[in-house]
Design a protein around this ligand. Sequence first.
Ligand code: HEC
Length: 119
Amino acid sequence: MENRDVHLLLAMVLTATVGSGVAYAQTIVTDDQGNSEVIYDVGSLYPAVGAQLTYDYCTACHSEMIIAQQGQTREGWDEILVWMVEEMGMSEIEEEYRDQILDYLATHYGPDRPHFPDN
Ligand code: HEC
């Protein structure tokens, strides 16, 4: 009986921790056009609209640092995405999402490297 109570208590503590963890980690970002996105984990990517989508698509095979260290124009990023599909085995990304990812990358990881990692 005593043992069972301990387990119950443990289950309650775990539920509370997970519950508040999720609520705390989510942020909603919005851009000038009024687009918004829920951000829950983008690693070291800059948290702006498109970051979660990019993180989810692009970190299946490698770290997001490989992205953060690049500075490319939209055309440059477009070529990288073609290369990911043709040579690296990435699945084609649906047009709508592909555009959003390119917008995000060109804005935040452009040639002037506004969010280049410090380390
Ligand atoms: C199917 C696996 C896969 C996916 C998904 C993927 N990549 Fe890659 N990517 C690779 C591999 C493999 C390499 C080269 C090996 C390495 O450096 O780890 C690479 C390398 C890179 C590089 C480094 C290029 C260089 O010159 O060093 C960039 C930038 C990049 N990927 C961007 C992206 C972006 C942006 C996405 C999401 C749209 C993405 N990758 C999704 C497999 C993938």
